[in-house]
Design a protein around this ligand. Structure first.
Ligand code: GLA
Length: 729
């Protein structure tokens, strides 16, 4: 069992491959977070329950034990509001009397094999019952009747613990959930750096590292979407921890809406981290008997540095989050029309793309924005999901037939949660957009947001999508979301429930996406949001790949891909070679090889040399597919550490092949770059494909390889491939 309960000490022990997590049922039913760190065999951690309460006003009430237990200094398993724990709280429920004092204590528990799902929400899953155990810890507030279930799933063979929370109204009167965080972790010290992934449009997910300080710090979104500005990811890394060494705790919310990940360091120099739905503009009314489910948080602990943390996240998302046909089946290599044509295309142009792309080895043509309504620029037609026959005479069928006749599959673009004021849909239903009473809603990219928290709106949009998807041979859908949500309110919600809007909106999105993957299980689904503005684990539950950024400049892409890789696998990162002139074709291909790989250019405009380069890249894409989609990633030189270059390595699951890529951003005069490889078998011998030389894995990982006379100029890059040989040459 990955989870056990010791009756004598009343301690739960949750073991993953790399960590132990201990929860104690303390006196008076208080649940305490005794330990989270490297695996230990014992359960009895001493001195954690009762830490000296040094602050003069720290309440010691109730006084339990010799040291004077107080919730203010104890490692509370799920810190509640207003009951003498003064740190950031994970739970606050306003009761019928109008106060938000919340105090839940242990009432029972259950340990079950496997992992139950969350109704209506994305969550990781087990492939077989013996992969993980789940602990359900029950707690209740004796005064209000509020009941809480804390769910923990420990994955036996991976360093992953998932957590989530259900809040139920077990009382006789309605209550209001003001905050219900998905997880709360109390660590006994504060010697950590907080690592987060801030960004912006076309510059997503930069790695930022800061030292924890007393007070509250963290990242949040209140854009209605996880967003470009912050990602629902944070890590606490021990001081000095780097790619290969040191304790790291990673937290990633399986949520696409407003989130908060906050760390508070208190007067005792301890750290509490909470992760969950952002309490700003959130409240949820529960009638007696009703329940609220908070989204899941994935926790990874490793004592072996950030690189290992990332690899654990990657394996977990590939195996236990991404679903459906395209989880492991080889995905078609695509060309997308956006940067090649923008809104300016018709059947002839796209058919010509397909014909040319076929000769290059491309397997699918994706028709991006501009095929519906009267959409010739971004000012109209979102919501009118009927084919623009001026561009595509006779509808989609004649185009798809021609694309299929070339042997290519066909994909299409949607932005289902949006509505243009200049659209038939808006003219028919002006109240279907997200808007607040008495205000003219703000426009963003000439569009409004469609209120998909409403079932009638969802049914209508789905009906339109379904008609197109079921009457045509469509193999791929790119699902976009190109603005943030302002004026957050829903015309159908009563005033006292308006603060439910943001979460209901996301539940509506999940419902639509679930309909897509259920009814069209063969469609390959790629998520997008103005590039990578909704790159989060919840989206990976529906779409195995996400467009990483609208920025396809390979040098700019380095930091975007390095940052994204902190928790998201290469198989999920949409990466295309575009017409961006800043580097040659080779570097564009080498950078795009670290991801799903595809093209975003006009194939008819390529020179003969470029076409030859594309064919060679396509061959490499096939050759290295297993490495990028199933292999392990090692970040060798990060552009966040070295502004002049970047290097990374992909290793096949059997550790017999590795692809090493070096990109020079800005050349400095130096003899060469030494790369110490990672993840190889030290006992094995490997052949350098370029030179035929054979080296031991141990040598490659310790002495390393010095790359000279390659990638010497700005924007140049080089690859090395090593494959295992049976004998030492
Ligand atoms: C977003 C996407 C692009 C493209 C356009 C279309 O910006 O990120 O890839 O699909 O929308 O309008």
């Amino acid at each position: 069992m990955a989870i056990s309960f010791d009756e004598k000490t009343r301690i739960f022990k949750l073991d993953t491959a790399t960590s132990t997590y201990l929860v104690k049922i303390f006196d008076e039913g208080y649940l305490l977070n005794l330990y989270y760190g490297p695996r230990i065999p014992d359960v009895n951690v001493r001195g954690r329950e009762t830490r000296p309460a040094n602050a003069s006003f720290s309440l010691a009430n109730p006084v339990i034990g010799e040291n004077g237990f107080t919730p203010d200094t104890a490692p509370m398993e799920y810190g509640c509001n207003g009951a003498a724990d003064f740190r950031i709280s994970a739970l606050a429920v306003r009761n019928a009397a109008g106060d938000s004092v919340t105090d839940v204590r242990y009432t029972g528990h259950r340990i079950v094999p496997g992992k139950p799902g969350i109704p209506g929400m994305p969550a990781s899953y087990v492939n077989s019952g013996d992969e993980a155990d789940t602990l359900e810890l029950y707690a209740a507030d004796a005064v209000t009747g509020v009941r809480v279930t804390l769910y923990y799933t420990a994955f036996r063979d991976l360093g992953v613990l998932t957590r989530r929370v259900r809040v139920e109204n077990g009382g006789a009167a309605p209550c209001r959930v003001e905050r219900a965080f998905s997880c709360c972790v109390d660590l006994p010290d504060m010697d950590y750096d907080l690592i987060t992934l801030p960004g912006r449009y076309a510059k997503e997910r930069n790695v930022e590292r800061r030292r924890l300080a007393h007070g509250v710090q963290g990242v949040e979104s209140k854009r209605g979407v996880s967003g470009h500005a912050q990602n629902p990811f944070a890590a606490l890394a021990a001081r000095g921890a780097d790619e290969e060494h040191g304790w790291v705790y990673g937290f990633n919310l399986v949520y696409s809406g407003n989130f908060s990940i906050l760390a508070e360091c208190d007067f005792n120099d301890s750290t509490r981290l909470i992760a969950g739905i952002n309490p700003t503009d959130f409240e949820w009314t529960l009638a007696p008997g009703e329940a609220f489910d908070a989204p899941e948080c994935v926790l990874v602990f490793t004592p072996d540095g950030l690189g290992e943390m990332s690899r654990i996240f990657h394996r977990f998302y590939r195996e236990n989050l991404i679903r459906g046909r395209w989880k492991h089946e080889k995905r078609p290599l695509l060309i997308n029309s956006w940067e090649a044509a923008y809104f300016d295309f018709d059947t002839e142009k796209l058919a010509a793309f397909a014909k040319e792309a076929k000769t290059l080895g491309v397997e699918m043509l994706v028709m991006d924005d501009g095929w519906f309504g009267r959409r010739n620029d971004d000012t109209s037609s979102l919501g009118d999901w009927t084919v623009n026959e001026d561009k595509l005479p006779g509808g989609l069928a004649p185009l798809i037939e021609r694309v299929n006749a070339e042997g290519l599959k066909f994909g299409i673009w949607y932005e289902p949660e949006m509505i243009s004021p200049d659209s038939d849909l808006y003219r028919a239903h002006p109240d279907w957009c997200v808007h607040a009473t008495g205000r003219t809603p703000m426009i963003g990219r000439h569009q409004l947001v469609l209120d998909v928290s409403r079932a009638d709106v969802r049914d209508h949009i789905w009906g339109m999508m379904r008609r197109v998807l079921s009457s045509n041979r469509i193999d791929y859908v790119k699902w976009d979301f190109n603005r943030n949500i302002s004026d957050a309110a829903s015309a159908l919600l009563p005033p006292e429930r308006q603060k439910e809007f943001f979460h209901r909106f996301i539940l509506g999105t999940y419902d639509l996406m679930e309909r897509l993957v259920t009814e069209f299980p063969d469609i390959l689904f790629e998520n997008c949001s103005g590039g990578g503005g909704r790159f989060d684990p919840a989206m990976l539950y529906y779409s195995p790949q996400i467009w990483t950024s609208d920025n396809t400049d390979p040098l700019e892409r380095l930091s975007i891909q390095f940052g994204t890789s902190l928790c998201y696998p290469a198989s999920s990162m949409g990466t295309h070679v575009s017409a961006c002139p800043r580097t040659g074709f080779e570097t564009r291909g080498n950078v795009a090889l670290w991801g799903t790989f595809g093209y975003e250019l006009d194939p008819c405009k390529l020179t003969r040399e470029e076409k030859a380069a594309v064919r060679a890249q396509v061959a490499e894409y096939h050759r290295f597919y297993e490495l990028t989609h199933e292999g392990d990633l090692y970040r060798l030189i990060s552009p966040f550490d070295d502004p002049c270059r970047a290097a990374w390595q992909l290793v096949s699951p059997d550790r017999r092949t590795t692809l090493v890529t070096l990109v020079t951003v800005r050349e400095q005069f130096r003899a060469g770059v030494r790369l110490r490889l990672r993840g190889l078998d030290p006992e094995r011998y490997y052949r350098d494909e370029a030179t035929g030389e054979v080296f031991s894995g141990a040598l490659l990982m310790n002495a390393g390889v010095v790359m000279t006379r390659v990638a010497r100029r700005d924007g140049e890059s080089a690859k090395l491939v090593f494959t295992a040989v049976e004998e030492q040459a």
